[in-house]
Design a protein around this ligand. Sequence first.
Ligand code: SF4
Ligand code: FES
Length: 327
Amino acid sequence: MKITIDGHTIEVDAGTTVLEAARMIGGPSVPPTMCYYSKLKDCGGKCRCCLVEISKGSERDPRPMPKLQPSCVTAVQDGMEVKSATSERALEARKAVTEFLLINHPLDCPVCDQAGECDLQNLAYGNENFKSRFIEQKRTFEPEDIGPYIQLHMNRCVLCYRCVKLADQLTPERVHGVVGRGDHAQISTYIERAIDNDFSGNVIDVCPVGALTDKTFRFKSRVWFNKPFNAHRHCTKCSGKVTLWMFGDTVQRVTARKDQWHEVEDFICNECRFEHKNAEDWVIEGPRKFEKPSVINVNNYTEPIHKVKINTDDLVLEGDVNKTRRK
Ligand code: SF4
Ligand code: FES
């Protein structure tokens, strides 16, 4: 099937979504995502961050689609033409969605452990001239303890359902979900049961915001002060391939490795994530590249350093500025 996105045409298999096709093309045409997660089944269609304009439905029915479509759940049709980064309407709508998500999301980045690697923070910073018009009180929830390893901050949740899908698909017994409807909808554990199975820690990695964070890393350090390293160990439960976030020789936290879309490559078990915080427990492979542009890319030490050429000449050293200008 042929699809054209922002003037780039590619062939894709039937069943490919517009978002997957855009990711194949890459660059600015790739819409942002908050709820879609390629490693989880039936994920997406919740946040509306990935809206695109479909200017031609297909070869057979070339009419444009009147409404913007969520690219993560829209299947490619043969001959489809899509505007993503080139659509004013789509860009405006994505800004509006970000504003909508921030209606209830607290602006507590200075004290949030997710700051620096938060998809919503990146989205908000990516929207130039962003302004919130919301003056009403934000929605708040009573703190809830969901176990020894995972901290739930319901006030920050954007109800993307990723953690629910993950628990459904990766753990044998799901004990949490979205409870309530509308403004009262919240992530909660049924009958206050803790999430205590071997893979529950992965909800931390899939959460796009700071609603689910690592209790063993809480308030220890800002993420940008830590250097990520690829490391592995022999593990009988998971692949044992992780990213170690180190401050000097100290392992501050362990996460799964994430790809260029900020999505986990291999889910890891709780033992690797929470119980091996000594560098000796791991075979360290080397520094990890930051795949996705984000706040923590600033001062990225894995990027090549280009030599700075300073344009000086004898005239400047002699102090003859006018002669230099004439050159
Ligand atoms: S807790 Fe995080 S992953 Fe779960 S629904 Fe809320 S924002 Fe999404
Ligand atoms: S990423 Fe497509 S609707 Fe959320």
